[in-house]
Design a protein around this ligand. Structure first.
Ligand code: CAA
Length: 381
C-alpha cells in the first residue's frame, strides 16, 4: 500500500487496517463469490469486528465514529479489494444516516444502536420499480392507522435487503403534496406484511445482495417515524449528500485496482520484442489513468472534508460521485484494453472491474442525475 500525500499517521494506520482486510480476506475470495453471486455474510461480520462497517455512525450508538473523510479512506481500500463488498459494507451507513440526521436521541438508541453494535444489517429503501431518478415520484404510501402507521408499496434494488433486519423506508402520506408528502419510517424486517424478493442476478458487484422489498399493510408504531410527516424527502436528500463521497470512494478503489493491474501487466507483456510499457501509446494511457484516479480521489476528499466541516456540499458530493464513477468506468475499460484478449476473459481480474464499475454510474443517483444536481445549483448562484 503506497502512503497518500497529506494524511496523518493515524489515517495511514486506519488505511492499513482496511487494506490488510481487503488484501487478506476479500481479494482471495472475490472472484469465486462473484461467479456464484454469493453474499459474503461471514467476512462482513469479521469486518464489523474491525470497525469497518457503520463507519460514520456515532460511537455512542455502536458505530466507529469516523469522519466522512476517514470513512472514504477505509471504503477506498475495501473497494480496491472488491466493490461488491464495499457496497454491502457501506449500506448500513446509508440506511442509518437518515436516523443520524432526523431521529431523536431516544430513536437513535432504539434503532441505530442494536443494529450497529451487533453487526446486523439495515437497508435504505427509497427507490421503487417506477421511481428511480425521480425519487419524489415514489408511490409507496403511509397512512395514519390510529395507533400505528400503515405502509403499502414496493421498493426496488435494495442493497443488503436479503440479509437486513431493519429497513429505512420512504413513503408518501399525501401524493398530491409530491415531495412535501414524503415520510421516513423505520420498519423491522420481522413486521407482518414485509416480504423480500430474490437476490438479483446482476452484471457486476454480484456478491452484493440486491432485492425487491414489498410492504403489504405493514403496521408500525407511531414512534417509528423519523422527523415529522413530510420531512422524509429532505432527510433522503441530505443522506445522499453525505453518502455520495463514500460511493465516490468505491469508484476510486475500482479505478485504482484497474490502474494497478494494467500498470503491472504492461511491464510484463512483450510485443515487437519489448514490454508494451515501452510504447508511448500505452504510456499515455497509463499517465491518463493515474491522473484521473488521483483527480477522483481529490474531489472525493474535498466533498468529504466540506461535509465534515458542516458546510453545504451537494454540488461537491455530486461532482465527486459523477467524476469518480465515470473515471472508474473509463479506467477499467482502458485496463481491459491494455490486457487485450486476455483482459476480456475471466482468467484476469480486469473484466470484473469493468462490470463492477458500470454500477457506479447508475446507483446512488446516475451520472446524469449528478449533473442535474450540479447544474441546478450553479445556475441558482
Ligand atoms: N438537501 C436538502 N434539501 C434538498 C436537497 C438537499 N441536497 N436537494 C433537494 N432538496 C429539497 C429542495 O430544497 C426542495 O425543497 P423545497 O420544496 O422546500 O424548496 C425539495 O427538496 C425538492 O427538491 P427538487 O425540486 O430539487 O426535487 P426534484 O424532485 O426535482 O428532484 C433530484 C431532485 C436531485 C433529481 C432527486 O430526485 C434525486 O436525487 N434523485 C436521485 C435519487 C437517487 O440518488 N437515488 C439513489 C437511491 S439510493 C441507492 O441507489 C443506494 C443503493 O442501495 C446502492
Amino acid at each position: 500500500m503506497i502512503p497518500l500525500a497529506g494524511l496523518s499517521a493515524e489515517q495511514e494506520s486506519l488505511r492499513e487496517i482496511a487494506y490488510r482486510f481487503a488484501a487478506d480476506k476479500i481479494r482471495p475470495v472475490a472472484a469465486k463469490l462473484e461467479e456464484k453471486g454469493e453474499f459474503p455474510a461471514s467476512i462482513i461480520k469479521e469486518g464489523h469486528g474491525l470497525g469497518l462497517i457503520n463507519v460514520t455512525l456515532p460511537v455512542e450508538f455502536g458505530g466507529s465514529g469516523l469522519s466522512i473523510f476517514d470513512a472514504c479512506l477505509v471504503i477506498e481500500e475495501i473497494a480496491w479489494g472488491c466493490s461488491g463488498f464495499a457496497t454491502s459494507m457501506v449500506a448500513n451507513d446509508l440506511a442509518l444516516t437518515p436516523l443520524r440526521i432526523g431521529a431523536t436521541d431516544e430513536q437513535k438508541a432504539r434503532f441505530i444502536e442494536p443494529i450497529a453494535s451487533s453487526g446486523q444489517l439495515a437497508s435504505f429503501c427509497l427507490t421503487e420499480p417506477g421511481a428511480g431518478s425521480d425519487a419524489a415520484g415514489l408511490q409507496t404510501t403511509v397512512e395514519d392507522g390510529g395507533d400505528c402507521w400503515i405502509i403499502n408499496g414496493s421498493k426496488q434494488w435494495i442493497t443488503n435487503a436479503g440479509h437486513a433486519t431493519q429497513f429505512t423506508v420512504f413513503a408518501s402520506i399525501d401524493k398530491t403534496k409530491k415531495h412535501k408528502g414524503i415520510c421516513c419510517l423505520v420498519v423491522p424486517r420481522s413486521t407482518p406484511g414485509v416480504s423480500v424478493g430474490h437476490h438479483e442476478n446482476k452484471m457486476g458487484q454480484r456478491c452484493s445482495d440486491t432485492c425487491r422489498v414489498t410492504f403489504d399493510n405493514v403496521r408500525v408504531p407511531k414512534d417509528h417515524m423519523i422527523g415529522a410527516p413530510g420531512e422524509g424527502f429532505r432527510i433522503a436528500m441530505q443522506t445522499l449528500d453525505a453518502s455520495r463521497p463514500m460511493t465516490a470512494a468505491i469508484a476510486v478503489g475500482i479505478g485504482r485496482a484497474a490502474f494497478e493491474h494494467a500498470l503491472a501487466y504492461s511491464k510484463e507483456r512483450k510485443q515487437f520484442g519489448a514490454s508494451i510499457s515501452s510504447f508511448q501509446g500505452i504510456q499515455f494511457m497509463i499517465a491518463d489513468m493515474a491522473t484521473s484516479v488521483d483527480s477522483s480521489r481529490l474531489l472525493t476528499w474535498r466533498s468529504a472534508w466540506l461535509l465534515d466541516q458542516g458546510k453545504p456540499a451537494s454540488v461537491e458530493s455530486s461532482m465527486a460521485k459523477r467524476f469518480a464513477a465515470d473515471t472508474a468506468m473509463s479506467v477499467a475499460t482502458d485496463a481491459v484494453q491494455i490486457f487485450g484478449g486476455y483482459g476480456y476473459t475471466k482468467e484476469y481480474p480486469v473484466e470484473k472491474l469493468m462490470r463492477d464499475a458500470k454500477l457506479l454510474q447508475i446507483y446512488e443517483g446516475t451520472s446524469q442525475i449528478q449533473r442535474v444536481v450540479i447544474a441546478r445549483e450553479l445556475l441558482k448562484r
